[in-house]
Design a protein around this ligand. Structure first.
Ligand SMILES: [Zn+2]
Length: 274
């Protein structure tokens, strides 16, 4: 299913474990959770210096940049993808609201409600495609003050740097958060208050000026569940970690268990979109 985040269409896929895709009476994976993957496609585009050796940054300041050389270009672009996945993949679980029974499964005559294991994937393409996130990239020297935004990155944005909130942050991880549909901790806008100010708890979040992830940073996965089920995103509560275990719901009677198994014997019974 394609989901719109921050102006781009991104692919969201909900599957039971690859091990037993058609039999929900069996454990779905080691801890029986569903897997929700959001995949972004990135197309990086070179920005080279003008005649004076500079390029415009996000604040419309002309800042000194380097000309791209091929080997450096490949290294930087591949590193963007790697760092994005390192920080956003396997970060969250969602808890399915107790009122939503659609993904429940039976095992050993008990009914369980799984959690949703959130995966992130990023792929790189060399030419813009429908749905690709097209990002302009400059090569800057270490220590450059060139300011990035969600569609304008620098070669230094995969390293930890101190910013105006007093925190350290890997800029690319923050910008991917924007591309996943999240605003700053304190609303859209690029002022210091939007980042949570200086030295505050909120400013340490990845959508402030720091590297701290919290459950609500699973926003994009919550929105994907809203699209798939029409149950409001706020009901799909995000938690850090991927080891949340399914919730025991009830012991099934012999007959209930029979009906459950018969219902689940159909390929992709109702809950799973094809
Ligand atoms: Zn930002």
């Amino acid at each position: 299913m394609l989901i719109s985040h921050n102006g781009t269409m991104q692919e969201a896929t909900l599957t039971p474990s690859p091990y037993t895709p058609r039999n929900r009476t069996m454990p779905m994976d080691g801890i029986n959770n569903l897997v929700l993957t959001i995949r972004q496609t990135y197309c990086f585009q070179q920005v080279n210096p003008d005649a004076t050796g500079k390029a415009l940054d996000a604040n419309n300041n002309l800042v000194t940049v380097n000309a791209w050389v091929p080997a450096r270009w490949e290294e930087v672009c591949n590193n963007f993808i790697l760092v994005a996945k390192q920080h956003w993949d396997n970060r969250f679980c969602l808890r399915i609201p107790a009122s939503f029974q659609g993904y429940n499964y039976s095992h050993n005559q008990n009914e369980y409600r799984p959690c949703i294991h959130c995966r992130y994937d990023a792929v790189r393409v060399n030419t813009p495609q429908s749905g690709s996130i097209n990002v302009q990239v400059v090569d800057v020297p270490t220590g450059s003050r060139f300011r990035a935004h969600a569609r304008l990155w620098t070669s230094q944005d995969t390293t930890l740097k101190t910013n105006f909130t007093g925190n350290q942050q890997i800029t690319v991880v923050h910008e991917v958060g924007h591309n996943l549909g999240s605003d700053h901790v304190n609303g859209a806008g690029n002022g210091l208050p939007n980042y949570g100010g200086v030295g505050t708890y909120n400013s340490r979040n990845i959508m402030g000026g720091g590297m701290v992830f919290e459950g609500w940073n699973a926003y994009s996965w919550q929105k994907a569940m809203e699209h798939m089920t029409r149950v409001s995103f706020a009901q799909w509560e995000g938690f850090l970690g991927t080891t949340l275990t399914p919730v025991w719901v009830r012991r099934l009677s012999f007959m209930e268990n029979m009906f459950y198994r018969m219902g689940e014997a159909q390929m992709y019974a109702t809950p799973f979109p094809a």
